[in-house]
Design a protein around this ligand. Structure first.
Ligand code: FES
Length: 103
C-alpha cells in the first residue's frame, strides 16, 4: 500500500468536471458536452506528464450559483477556481493558464 504524505491533498491539482444529466430535461452539463470536455482535460493533464499529482474526474452536479444551465461546470482544487466551459480548447487554455502558470 502506498502512503500519501498529506492525505488531505493527494493531488497538486484536481480538476472536476460535472457530467450530471438532469432527468427532467432541464439543461445540465452532460447534455452540454461535458464528457467531451472531461476527455480533453484528461488528455491535457496526461500531456503534462505528472499523473501522480494531476487528476481529472467526472463529478455529479456541482450545483453552485445556478450554473447548471451554463455548464459544463469545471472546478480546480485546491485553488477553488470555478469555470463554465464550452469547448475542449477552453479547457486546454484554463489548464495551461492555471496549472502551468498559476500566478
Ligand atoms: S448539472 Fe452540472 S453543475 Fe449542475
Amino acid at each position: 500500500m502506498n502512503e500519501v504524505a498529506n492525505p488531505s491533498l493527494p493531488y497538486e491539482h484536481h480538476v472536476l468536471i460535472c457530467t450530471n444529466l438532469r432527468p427532467d430535461g432541464r439543461p445540465s452539463c452532460s447534455s452540454s458536452g461535458a464528457h467531451e470536455l472531461l476527455s480533453a482535460a484528461k488528455r491535457k493533464l496526461a500531456e503534462m506528464g505528472k499523473p501522480e499529482t494531476l487528476r481529472a474526474n467526472a463529478s455529479g452536479c456541482l450545483g453552485r450559483l445556478g450554473r447548471c444551465e451554463h455548464g459544463p461546470v469545471m472546478v480546480i482544487y485546491p485553488a477553488n477556481l470555478w469555470f463554465s466551459c464550452k469547448t475542449p480548447q477552453q479547457v486546454d487554455r484554463i489548464i495551461e493558464q492555471h496549472l502551468l502558470c498559476p500566478d
